[in-house]
Design a protein around this ligand. Structure first.
Ligand SMILES: [Fe+2]
Length: 290
């Protein structure tokens, strides 16, 4: 009887202790694939106006193809500049895939260096309010997240991963508009160190799974959010991308499922400065078209 009581006490203490101990970030990524954070800096007010500016930009570029071409030329010049290496990617600027079957989305990849490049090399952009308002809104929002990425890296014991002469992580800030006909069949891994899902007008469509050696469709689900999307706060999700594999942090695959609605989303990607990607094979991802 006494032995049973001691055993019971032991089990109780073990559970009580585990619930008090904070889970490390590495363990959280391993178990859940993501960390949810309550963002009290920006909420619906900020992001809804960002999406309004984005719609104005889309309308402007679709009705003024000369400016769309000029923006594309600016991107082509930027990816040949030295600043491009800081981001270790060629994704910058405006991507209109609204008419491409399945993709049916329009996105913009913003970075501070690309923004500065446009304003200094193409001063005529400064006279187009549809372009400048959107770039300025991106600038204001993305600068809030430097610290979060630095803290996440430090927590994983990777404090120097973002070290460079720029003094902050290379952030690619992406705004996307999905159209009702959007329908992608497979999840993917992000080519980033971290991806931070900042906002979307439909959280339910984002499905993810912690990393495994093999995946089935049923492994993917929409994270249950503790924090609601409100006027002045938001639920944001941090996941690891493929650029931390050398530190035994594996990427979280994810997919935006078809919702049949217009959906806006904003994501901040933390890249690795001057990084040459190594080819790594990850577990293959299931086909969602069944
Ligand atoms: Fe992604």
């Amino acid at each position: 009887m006494i032995i049973r009581k001691i055993l019971f006490l032991w089990i109780f203490l073990l559970f009580a202790f585990q619930s008090v101990l904070p889970t490390s970030l590495a363990e959280q990524f391993k178990q859940a694939g993501y960390l949810e954070i309550c963002d009290t800096q920006h909420g619906t007010a900020t992001f809804n106006s960002l999406y309004t500016y984005f719609d104005e930009l889309i309308e402007f570029l679709q009705t003024n193809p000369v400016w769309a071409q000029k923006l594309y030329s600016a991107k082509e010049r930027f990816i040949r500049s030295k600043d491009r290496d800081y981001y270790s990617t060629d994704f910058f600027g405006f991507y209109d895939e609204s008419q491409r079957e399945g993709r049916n989305q329009i996105s913009f990849y913003y970075s501070t260096h690309f923004h500065e490049f446009i304003c200094s090399h193409y001063p005529e952009f400064n006279r187009v309010p549809e372009i400048i308002r959107f770039l300025q809104a991106c600038f204001e929002i993305q600068k809030s997240y430097d610290n979060l990425f630095n803290e996440a890296a430090a927590e994983l014991g990777l404090g120097t991963i973002f070290s460079s002469q720029h003094g902050h992580p290379p952030i690619l800030f992406k705004v996307i508009k999905y159209f009702p006909s959007y329908s992608v069949t497979r999840p993917h891994y992000d080519g980033t160190a971290f991806s931070l899902f900042l906002d979307s007008t439909d959280n339910q469509s984002l499905l993810l799974s912690p990393y495994k050696s093999s995946f089935a469709v049923d492994d993917f689900s929409s994270p249950v959010r503790e924090f609601p999307r409100w006027y002045n706060q938001n639920s944001i999700l941090l996941i690891p991308g493929v650029l931390l594999t050398e530190f035994s942090i594996y990427p979280t695959p994810h997919i935006v499922a078809q919702s049949g609605k217009i959906r806006y989303a904003t994501i901040a990607f933390a890249m690795r400065p001057n990084y040459i990607s190594q080819k790594t094979e990850f577990a293959s991802l299931p086909n969602f078209k069944y």
